[in-house]
Write a new protein. Structure first.
Length: 125
């Protein structure tokens, strides 16, 4: 398997499902290729000649293909997890903004409580 590198790029938020779908489709294609290779491996070697270096090499190639699928699915999972984290962070910030009560340093809380009490008393009269 070739050397792996991390690549970072940006896409519009609306394009994330398409990016994940593309990765999953790519993994599906490679899985189909691995399945074909496994079927060929089974047909090529009968039980009497499985214990050869050629069979070991074929198994090694198959394992590399499976590892490649794992990397692709890990990338898709990381994108999804990043999106979910973004959504949670955005929701938390929105909730905090809604919960924030503006304070006015010129308003005395005791005066407000007193006015509320006066209002309540005026209702009972």
């Amino acid at each position: 398997m070739g050397q792996r590198v991390n690549v970072h790029y940006s896409v519009d938020l609306e394009e994330l499902p398409t990016e994940v779908e593309n990765l999953i489709s790519k993994a599906e294609g490679r899985l189909a290729t691995c399945h074909q290779a496994l079927q060929t491996l089974i047909k090529r070697y009968d039980k009497h000649i499985l214990m050869t270096t050629a069979c070991t090499e074929d198994i090694g190639s198959l394992r590399e293909g499976l590892a490649s699928i794992d990397f692709i699915l890990n990338d898709a999972s990381n994108i999804i997890n990043g999106y979910v984290s973004y959504q949670l962070q955005d929701n938390n910030e929105t909730a905090q903004d809604e919960e924030a009560i503006p304070t006015n340093p010129y308003v005395d809380a005791d005066q407000i409580q007193e006015k509320i009490q006066q209002f309540k008393e005026s209702l009972t009269k």
